[in-house]
Design a binder for this molecule. Structure first.
Ligand code: ADP
Length: 316
């Protein structure tokens, strides 16, 4: 048995002379849940399309369960489940009919499919809908996409932005289900631009930007490695105050980084907890509290890691 579910080397895709997947080296162990986290246009979908044999790379190799995507695409299709962003079902059929149709294409017996379809649809909150799927809301269609991938009992599940377009309640249904699948030992790769989703679900996160992997690791490890534990977020009412604040506090040794966003917002990354926080206040950098829009102390998130690595926010 091969230990790695996915292994790539030098994987590259070029569109109109722009390198959108740039010499990517990744590995995913069996049973791991790995998120590919990056802003829109980072190359996440293109990478997933190469790994699921929808697109051919221009350079490099990708092995899925040890099988080369370029050489044995049909063997790979039988072991993976893909949940793309587009809808992949028949709108004239009900949810259950769709599942039975796609499952029988994979050769599973009808009786078994009926039971399994009911189970999956119940888990995704779709069991009560017996009507044609054309009437479904966008969020229900996205959940049906997931159900269709799962009816084929894939070894490896690829989810492209699984919670995009879902309302908060449906998001939680999907997240709980993904957690359950992970507990059951399934290998899962998902793309997201939602740092909370990546942080909450993943064993490991790959942070991508402009087709490159900037950093990878467990969410906690990334946060420790690329950012400081304490962040003071100060928002001024006027533009010129942010720079003044920055230049006053920056010389202190416990200040690790000061980033100004949108001219008015200052993110101060510092060591030393509350004692350093009090020192910052004693610096008299903030002369008049009426100059402040807001001030808060907060914990590091993966968003801070991204900001640290690229100088911009994930959603910008
Ligand atoms: P993400 O999933 O991270 O939002 P994509 O993989 O969809 O990013 O796209 C990465 C880049 O490749 C974007 O700049 C996008 O415009 C470009 N791109 C994607 N598909 C094509 C295509 N078929 N032809 C030309 N450019 C493309």
């Amino acid at each position: 048995m091969i230990d790695l579910a996915i292994e790539t080397s030098n994987l590259t895709k070029i569109y109109d002379q722009i390198v959108v997947v740039d010499h990517i080296e990744i590995y995913v162990k069996r049973g791991e849940l790995v998120s590919i986290l990056g802003p829109n246009g980072a190359g996440k979908t293109t990478l997933i399309k190469i790994l699921t044999t929808v697109l051919k790379p221009d350079e490099g190799t990708a092995l899925i369960n040890g099988i080369d995507v370029l050489k044995e695409a049909s063997a790979i299709k039988s072991i993976i489940g893909t949940v793309p962003q587009d809808y992949v079902f028949y709108e004239e059929l009900s949810a259950e009919e769709n599942l039975i149709f796609f499952g029988s294409m994979h050769g599973f017996p009808k009786k078994e499919l009926e039971l399994e379809a009911k189970k999956i649809l119940k888990r995704l909150g779709l069991a009560n809908r017996k009507d044609k799927t054309r009437n479904f809301s966008g969020g229900m269609k996205r959940r049906l996409n997931i159900a269709i991938a799962l009816i084929m009992k894939p070894d490896i599940l690829f989810l492209d932005e699984p919670s995009a377009g879902l309302d908060p309640q449906a998001k939680h249904v999907v997240w709980d289900y993904i957690k359950e699948l992970k507990k059951g030992g399934k290998t899962i790769i998902l793309t997201t631009h939602d740092m909370y989703e990546a942080e909450m679900l993943s064993d490991r996160v790959l942070i991508v930007n402009n087709g490159k992997i900037l950093a990878e690791g467990a969410p906690e490890t990334l946060k420790e490695k690329y950012s400081q534990r304490n962040i003071l977020e100060v928002v001024f009412k006027q533009n010129d105050k942010a720079n003044e604040f920055k230049s006053v506090i920056e010389p202190n040794s416990f200040i690790k980084q000061v980033l100004i966003e949108d001219d008015k917002k200052v993110n101060v990354y510092f060591d030393g907890g509350i004692i350093s926080f009090i020192k910052i206040l004693q610096e008299k950098a903030i002369k008049d509290v009426t100059e402040l829009e807001s001030m808060s102390l907060r914990q590091t998130t993966l968003e801070d890691v991204f900001l640290h690595l690229t100088g911009r926010r994930l959603r910008s």
